[in-house]
Design a protein around this ligand. Structure first.
Ligand code: ADP
Ligand code: MG
Ligand code: ZN
Length: 476
């Protein structure tokens, strides 16, 4: 594998969060009794006419702007196909004139991944094959639910810029963050609100041309996306090294077997007999309207990472910063910063304790949060004690000082700490002289004794600082 490079381009289908479907006024809602969110339009009955959902267009424009695309004049096409769960046998989609074109997305690593296009289309219904393990050819009969038919989708197509399974996952995670921030989708992969197809090819390391790709479908989590890409790249390398060639095809990821299998040969655009949808006019976004869409967009994750990183003195791509922004906890960093608390400590506590606890701030109020940080920074609580208090604040809220007092974490303020340290020093003048003479390892001895003398209540970071200050003051 080491002399090969994996090349990945992703197609992500996003279900848009709208009240109604793409071309009719049926509710756009996940689940529900089968075939209850339907009407002549989304059932494809003859004579029915589509009416474009303006909110869907607004969401598609927001996606384009968030992905640095050109949001342009677009038209709809009919994509003809035999869809068992789409009785009109064509999907209304966009083809050579998509609404969004030529953008990019920035990964936490700083790498920019090109966005080729993003276009509007409608979802199909959903078939369930009964009997035969759920597979169509062994099924006894099939059921079809049209509740999903006509749900607005945007398909976002990346350029083949991704180079590993890890990068592919990072891209999807970043895209999800952007879509959720823009308010256009709930980003739930498990419910199918975000569906990812991966185009994978391999090429000799250093080669400037692209290998033949396979498109993999049916991955419904980030984990399976990563596994599928890795498996597929290894399969292609093995095939080529054995003297074979990769055939362009669509492959199905089998989660249980951990492998991909051939589904169908690759369809070409001409197979679909695309032609302009005669029942819809072109969408030509007005520049002023686009500006209002842009103005309504909140800061995107990449910008938020920069803000958090600057406050905390960390790198925007560092795990702690990425985690805080992914969990949407940046408001708690800003609260700490603006209250004059230690924003670096805030990021570390959020990325570690809060992320590990449940990923949400639960009952933690901003005021208590800032007060807790201050108590820890001032050395009134040790790290371990601060973690304990934080856990309780997350679970039940409350006043950090009261919680600390209830645990007997009484304030070991700086005077007490300093007094205890002076006692430890004067109890062993010989060791102190050696420490002053440069025997640095004795720091551990003094800190250990201080810890014992204070019953474990000394803030060790503050104590170390104090010890060094005593040495600096005593040195000539
Ligand atoms: P299709 O409809 O044929 O799937 P699209 O244009 O919708 O075509 O998507 C093609 C996807 O495949 C894009 O994400 C693109 O980046 C990716 N891609 C194209 N060529 C390669 C390649 N050689 N290796 C990996 N990915 C590729
Ligand atoms: Mg494709
Ligand atoms: Zn309908």
């Amino acid at each position: 594998m080491s002399s090969w490079e994996t090349v990945i381009g992703l197609e992500v289908h996003v279900e848009l969060r709208t009240e109604t479907k793409m071309f009719c006024s049926c509710p756009n809602r996940f689940g529900g009794e089968p075939n209850t969110h339907v009407c002549p339009v989304c059932l494809g009955l003859p004579g029915s006419l589509p009416v474009l959902n303006s909110r869907a267009v607004e969401h598609a424009a927001a996606i384009g702007l968030a992905l640095h695309c050109r949001v342009q004049r677009s038209i709809f096409h009919r994509k003809n196909y035999f869809y068992p769960d789409m009785p009109k046998d064509y999907q209304i989609s966009q083809y050579d004139l998509p609404i969004d074109a030529d953008g990019w997305l920035e990964l936490p690593s700083g790498k920019r991944v090109g966005i080729e296009r993003a276009h509007l289309e409608e979802d199909t219904g959903k078939s369930t094959h009964v009997g035969g393990g759920g597979r169509i050819h062994d099924a006894d009969h099939s059921l079809v639910d049209f509740n999903r038919a006509g749900v607005p989708l945007v398909e976002i197509v990346s350029r083949p810029d991704l180079r590993s399974a890890e990068e592919a996952r990072s891209y999807v995670e970043e895209l999800r963050g952007i879509l959720v921030a823009a308010g256009v989708s709930d980003g739930k992969m498990e419910e199918g609100s975000m569906r990812v197809d991966a185009n994978v090819s391999v090429r000799p390391l250093g080669s400037g041309s692209l290998g033949t790709r396979c498109e993999i479908k049916n991955m419904n989590s980030l984990r399976s996306l990563g596994r599928a890409v890795e498996h597929e790249a290894a399969r292609q390398v093995r095939l080529i090294e054995e003297g074979g060639t990769v055939t362009q095809e669509t492959r199905h990821w089998n989660e249980d077997e951990g492998r991909t299998s051939s589904m169908r040969s690759k369809e070409e655009a001409y197979d679909y007999r695309y032609f302009p949808e005669p029942d819809l006019v072109a969408v030509d976004p007005d520049p002023d309207w686009l500006e209002t869409v842009r103005a309504a967009l909140p800061p995107m994750p990449a910008d938020r990472r920069r803000t958090v990183a600057a406050a905390a003195g960390m790198e925007p791509g560092s795990d702690a910063v990425v985690t805080v922004v992914r969990l949407g906890l940046d408001g708690y960093v800003e609260a700490a910063r603006s209250a004059g608390a230690d924003a670096n400590l805030a990021v570390r506590r959020l990325a570690n304790e809060v992320a590990a606890d449940s990923g949400s701030v639960g009952n933690l109020e901003v005021g208590s949060w800032v007060a807790l940080l201050a108590m820890e920074s001032e050395g009134k609580l040790t790290t371990a004690q601060a973690r304990t208090v934080l856990k309780e604040l997350l679970a039940a809220g409350g006043d950090p000082a009261e919680i600390a007092a209830a645990h007997g974490f009484e304030a070991l303020d700086e005077d007490v700490l300093a007094g205890a340290l002076d006692e430890v020093i004067s109890a062993d003048p010989e060791a102190w002289a050696r420490y002053l003479a440069g025997e640095d390892k004795l720091q551990g001895l003094f800190i250990g004794r201080l810890k014992a003398a204070t019953g474990g209540k000394a803030d060790l970071a503050a104590a170390s600082g104090l010890l060094r200050a005593r040495r600096a003051a005593a040195s000539p």
